[in-house]
Design a protein around this ligand. Structure first.
Ligand code: ADP
Ligand code: MG
Length: 146
């Protein structure tokens, strides 16, 4: 991962606003991974991002559904939570590899817990790493992965 920039946010609203602004520059064919501990703010990042893409969809954690799709914005948004999977093969059996072919991707993909499916996301993508600091502070590191 090559770091592009990082910011520190002081609360969930700042994280959502940062993601919202980032989304203004994003169109179809972009994949994001979201790395960080439980409660780091990955899902809150997605909430802001979806708003920034112009969708009013309600964002919830796809912990049990594995995939939520949000419509109504510039392009469809595919929100994965791989927490309950434990291999790339399991994800492939569910057909998830099709979302990581940038030539056919018709929307934007955001993946929580990509480490659970190591090797699945083999296309160039943006990694969002969220580190918990003191209190409600979070360091958000944006990087690129070829
Ligand atoms: P994750 O998806 O990484 O498990 P969530 O987004 O579901 O995390 O939850 C993050 C929790 O941390 C929420 O309760 C949120 O209110 C809280 N929080 C506190 N400070 C921040 C911050 N700076 N950015 C994002 N979330 C924060
Ligand atoms: Mg989450």
């Amino acid at each position: 991962m090559e770091e592009i920039f990082s910011v520190v946010t002081k609360n969930e609203n700042e994280t959502m606003l940062m993601a919202e602004k980032l989304a203004h520059t994003v169109g179809k064919g972009v994949v994001f991974t979201l790395v960080g501990d439980l409660g780091a703010g990955k899902t809150h990042f997605v909430k802001g991002f979806v708003k920034g893409m112009g969708s009013n969809a309600l964002v919830t954690s796809p912990t049990f559904t594995l995939l939520n799709v949000y419509e109504g914005g510039k392009v469809p948004i595919y929100h994965f939570d791989m927490y309950r999977l434990s291999s790339k093969e399991e994800a492939e059996e569910l057909g998830f590899n099709e979302y990581f072919d940038l030539n056919s991707l018709d929307g934007v993909v955001l993946v929580e817990w990509p480490q659970q499916v190591d090797g699945l996301i083999n296309c160039p993508h943006i990694e969002i790493k969220i580190e918990k600091l003191d209190g409600n502070n979070r360091k958000i590191i944006v990087g690129s992965q070829k």
